[in-house]
Design a protein around this ligand. Structure first.
Ligand code: MOS
Length: 766
C-alpha cells in the first residue's frame, strides 16, 4: 500500500471507523509497565550534537557550487500579474537566474498531504505556473545568485505590476457566506444528538456565548529551509520537515518523477509544530535547480515564513450550555466558523473537544468555513483543540459561576461513562484523577472569590480548565532492526524535531531487545530508510512503537531459527521466550537462554536484519482514545495598567504511560508556554483592506519570552493505556490545550472581567 493510501486511510478510514473489520485486541504490551530504560529520564541523544554546533540543519548542508534563492512576494491578495520587469535583477551582480511564471518549468499542481479532495495543511494551487495571484505574499519571482546577499538585493530589483480583482478579506463578511467543509479531518462537520436548542431554552441554568480567536503564524526557531540538488535525474532534498514520505510522493507528482528517484533527508529540524510541511519554497527551489542546473539553497527569512508558510486560522465560535439544577448538562452547543481558502481543507477542528469530553442530554456541534483570499492555513500545535478548549472551557467556568458551583465540581457532575457522541468505551480516562491531584498540589482550595484578593496594585486570581487531545496512530510505518554482536540499530524514516523521539525510541528498543541503552541507536530522517509516518497529530511515538514491536516479532522468529537445535533455545517458540540481558531467554526457566552474540557467532553471521510494518490502528475503532489534563493557572493583573502576569502554572496530565519524564516534561511545558502566548500575546495582524500580514517579524509578532513564563509545574497520572503500544499516548500537542481558558478563567477570578476574544491584551482589561 502506498503512503498516499495509508495516509488517506488514517484520515478518512481509521479515524472515523469507516473500515470496520475489527480484530480482537492485541494482548497488553508487556513493556507498558515493565521498568528498564523506559520510564527513566534520559537526556536527549541529539543534545550534544546541537549544543556542540555539529548538527547540520537543512540550510547548513555543505554542497559544492551552491546557489542561493530569494523570493519576491506579491503585494495584492487576488488578481493577476500584468507586467514583470526582471531586466535589472538579471543584470545584478552574482545573479544566476530569475525565475517567474514565464520561465518556470511546468509542474503539476501539488496533491499535498491529505489531498482528497482538497489539500489540508497546504494548498493544491499550481505554483508559479500562470500570472494569477491568490494571496498577498504569494511568490511571484525567485532569484538565484552566488550569495544570499546578492540574491536578496536582486530580488529587490524585480518590478511587478498587477491588476487587482475583488478579494474576500473580511472575516465577518465571509462568515455570512460560510459553508460546510468537505469534512473535518475525516469526521462529519455536524453532529446533532437530540434537540439541543430546545433543551437549552428549557434549561434552568444557561450560558450562550461568543468567542473570537485570531490568526497565528508559525515561529519555530529554525525558519523553513531546504538545500536541493539534482544528481542526474535523481532529486536530493535536504529539508526541514515533519512529513518526509508525504513530501517525497507529493514532489514525485509535481515533477512527474518516480518516488524512488527522490531522496528527502531531514535529520535535524528546529521545531515543527505542524508548520514544517511542504510549502511553495521547496517546490520553487527544486524548479530553480532544474532550470539552472545548479544546487539551490532556499532559507526563508522570518518574513518569508509569515508570507508562504501558513499558520492557525481565525475562528468565531459559539458555546451554549444548558444545565439542570443538579449540575448535569441538558444541552451542549459548540458551533462556529473558521477562515479558510478555497484551495485547502484545514477547517480547524475546534468542536472536537466537545465531541468527547462531557456528558450532556443533547448536542449540537457544527463547524463551517469562510473562504478568504489568504495564505492557506495549516496545522499548528493542537489545531482546533487549542482554540476550541478556550471557548468550551471558559463557557463552563461561566456556567459554574452562574450555578455557584466550583468549576472542578461541575466537571465531576458531567463526567461521562462512555464517549458521549460515539458511544464507544474510553480506552483510558482518568481526567478526574488529574484534577484531584492537580487541585491538591496547586492549592486550589485557596482560590479567592472573584476580585477579592489584592496585593498592592495587583489583583490575584486562579483558574482551571481541561486539556484534551485525541490519540492517533498512523498506519503504514515500517521499522527495521539490525542486530549485531555489538548492539542494535533501529531504522525508520521518521522525524526528530526536538521532541525526544530518537531518545524515547532508543529507550524502547533497548527494553524490547534486552540491551543496555548505550548499545542501541535509532536512525531516522531519511526516505531511504523504511517508511515512517508523519510527525503530526501527536501520533509518531505510538506509530513508531507499533512498527518496532512488529519488527521485533520478526527478529525473534529469525533468531530462534538461526539458533537451531544446538542452542539452549532449541525447540522453543517465540511466545515462550523473552529478550533480556543481551539475548533471548526462556520466560520461566531463567537459566535457559543464549546471547545474541553467541547465536550470531554459531551461525557465522555478522548481523540479523528484520523489518516489518505496523499493524493497522484498529484500537481507535474499538475505543474512544484521548489524552487529558487539568491546567491550573494563577495570574496577577495590574489594577492600574491591565498588565497580566502569569505567576504560577501547573499542568496535571493523564496521557498513558510516560516513556521519558525528562523529554515529556519538556513537551508539556513547551505546549503550556505556547498556550500562554495564545492566551496573552500571539496575533497575526491581517489587514482586511489588503490581505497583507502586517507584523511579519518576531519583533512585532509577540511570543512569550523567559520573563513572561513562571516556573511551570508538570505532573501526570502515568496510568498505561491498555490498548496502545507501550501503554503510551503522544504528548506533543496536549500541553497547549486548555491553557487559554485556564488563563482567561484566572483573569476573571482576579478581576471579575470576562474576555472572550484572544489574545487577552491589556486594552481588553481596562
Ligand atoms: Mo502537529 S499541529 O500535528 O505538528
Amino acid at each position: 500500500m502506498s503512503i498516499v493510501d495509508t495516509v488517506k486511510q488514517a484520515v478518512t478510514g481509521a479515524v472515523t471507523g469507516a473500515m470496520v473489520r475489527l480484530t480482537p485486541d492485541a494482548p497488553v504490551d508487556p513493556l507498558a509497565t515493565k521498568h528498564g530504560a523506559l520510564g527513566r529520564s534520559v537526556p536527549r541523544v541529539d543534545g550534544p550534537l546541537k549544543v556542540g554546533g555539529q548538527a547540520r540543519f537543512a540550510a547548513e548542508v555543505p554542497v559544492e557550487g551552491l546557489t542561493y534563492a530569494a523570493l519576491v512576494y506579491s503585494t495584492i491578495a487576488h488578481g493577476r500579474i500584468v507586467t514583470l520587469d526582471t531586466a535589472e535583477a538579471v543584470a545584478a551582480p552574482g545573479v544566476v537566474l530569475v525565475m517567474t511564471h514565464e520561465n518556470a518549468p511546468r509542474m503539476a499542481p501539488p496533491a499535498i498531504f491529505m489531498s482528497n479532495p482538497r489539500a489540508a495543511g497546504a494548498s493544491d494551487l499550481p505554483i508559479m505556473q500562470d500570472p494569477s495571484i491568490h494571496w498577498n505574499g504569494e511568490p511571484v519571482a525567485l532569484v538565484l545568485a552566488d550569495t544570499q546577499e546578492q540574491a536578496d538585493h536582486a530580488a529587490s530589483l524585480v518590478r511587478v505590476s498587477y491588476e487587482a480583482a475583488q478579494a474576500d478579506l473580511s472575516f465577518d463578511q465571509a462568515r455570512a457566506q460560510a459553508h460546510a467543509p468537505d469534512s473535518v479531518l475525516g469526521e462529519p462537520a455536524r453532529i446533532a444528538i437530540g434537540d439541543a436548542e430546545a433543551a437549552l431554552a428549557a434549561a434552568p441554568y444557561r450560558v450562550d456565548l461568543s468567542y473570537r480567536t485570531p490568526r497565528h503564524s508559525h515561529g519555530a526557531i529554525e525558519p523553513h529551509a531546504a538545500t536541493v540538488l539534482w544528481e542526474g535525474d535523481k532529486l536530493v532534498v535536504h529539508d526541514a520537515t515533519q512529513m518526509l514520505h508525504a513530501t517525497q510522493w507529493t514532489l514525485a507528482g509535481i515533477f512527474g518523477i518516480r518516488e524512488e528517484d527522490i531522496r528527502i533527508l531531514s535529520p535535524f529540524v528546529g521545531g515543527g509544530f505542524g508548520g514544517k510541511g511542504l510549502w511553495s519554497h521547496q517546490i520553487l527551489a527544486i524548479a530553480a535547480a532544474k532550470l539552472s542546473k545548479r544546487p539551490v539553497r532556499i532559507a526563508l527569512s522570518r518574513e518569508g515564513v509569515f508570507r508562504v508558510a501558513g499558520g492557525r486560522t481565525t475562528t468565531g465560535q459559539r458555546v451554549a450550555l444548558g444545565a439542570n439544577a443538579d449540575g448535569t448538562l441538558a444541552a451542549l452547543i459548540h458551533t462556529g466558523v473558521a477562515a479558510m481558502t478555497a484551495h485547502n481543507n484545514c477547517p480547524e477542528q475546534f468542536t472536537f473537544p466537545a465531541r468527547h469530553l462531557y456528558a450532556a442530554g443533547s448536542f449540537l456541534l457544527e463547524q463551517k468555513v469562510a473562504d478568504i483570499h489568504m495564505l492557506a492555513n495549516t496545522f499548528m500545535r493542537a489545531p482546533g483543540e487549542s482554540v476550541g478548549t478556550f471557548a468550551l472551557e471558559t463557557a463552563l467556568d461561566e456556567l459554574a459561576e452562574a450555578m455557584a458551583l466550583d468549576p472542578i465540581e461541575l466537571r465531576r457532575r458531567i463526567e461521562p461513562d462512555k464517549d458521549p457522541t460515539s458511544g464507544r468505551a474510553f480506552s483510558s480516562r482518568h481526567l478526574l484523577e488529574a484534577y484531584a491531584k492537580g487541585a491538591e498540589r496547586f492549592g486550589w482550595s485557596q482560590r479567592p472569590a472573584p476580585r477579592s484578593r489584592r496585593e498592592g496594585e495587583w489583583l490575584v486570581g486562579m483558574g482551571v480548565a481541561t486539556a484534551t487531545y485525541p490519540y492517533y496512530r498512523m498506519p503504514g510505518g515500517s521499522a527495521r532492526i539490525r542486530l549485531t554482536a555489538e548492539g542494535a540499530v533501529v531504522q525508520m524514516g521518521s522525524h526528530e524535531m526536538g521532541m525526544g523521539t530518537a531518545t524515547a525510541q532508543a529507550q524502547h528498543a533497548a527494553d524490547r531487545l534486552g540491551l543496555p541503552l548505550e548499545r542501541v541507536r535509532f536512525e531516522y530522517g531519511d526516505t531511504d530508510l523504511p517508511p515512517g509516518t508523519i510527525a503530526g497529530g501527536s501520533s509518531q511515538t505510538v506509530s513508531i512503537a507499533a512498527a518496532l514491536l512488529a519488527a521485533h516479532e520478526v527478529l525473534v522468529a529469525q533468531l530462534l531459527k538461526l539458533a537451531g537445535n544446538d542452542s539452549p533455545l532449541g525447540g522453543l517458540k517465540a511466545a515462550e521466550v523473552e529478550a533480556r540481558d543481551g539475548g533471548l531467554h526462556h520466560k520461566e526457566d531463567t537459566g535457559r537462554g543464549e546471547s545474541y552474540a553467541s547465536i550470531l557467532a554459531r551461525a557465522g553471521r555478522a548481523e540479523v536484519v528484520a523489518q516489518a510494518e505496523a499493524p493497522r490502528p484498529m484500537e481507535v475503532m474499538k475505543h474512544s482514545m484521548h489524552s487529558y489534563g487539568a491546567q491550573f493557572c494563577e495570574v496577577r493583573v495590574s489594577a492600574v495598567t491591565g498588565e497580566v502576569r502569569v505567576s504560577r502554572f501547573l499542568g496535571s496530565f493523564d496521557c498513558g504511560r510516560i516513556l521519558n519524564p525528562q523529554t515529556a516534561r519538556s513537551q508539556f511545558r513547551g505546549g503550556i508556554i505556547m498556550g500562554l502566548g495564545l492566551a496573552l500575546m500571539e496575533e497575526t495582524e491581517f489587514d482586511e483592506r489588503t490581505g497583507r500580514i502586517m507584523n511579519p517579524s518576531l519583533a512585532e509578532y509577540h511570543v512569550p519570552v523567559h520573563l513572561d513564563v513562571p516556573e511551570i509545574d508538570v505532573i501526570w497520572t502515568d496510568i498505561p493505556d491498555p490498548h496502545s503500544p507501550l501503554g503510551a499516548h503522544g504528548i506533543g500537542e496536549i500541553g497547549i490545550t486548555g491553557v487559554g481558558a485556564a488563563v482567561a478563567n484566572a483573569i476573571h477570578n482576579a478581576t471579575g472581567r470576562r474576555v472572550r476574544e484572544l489574545p487577552i491584551t491589556l486594552d481588553k482589561l481596562l
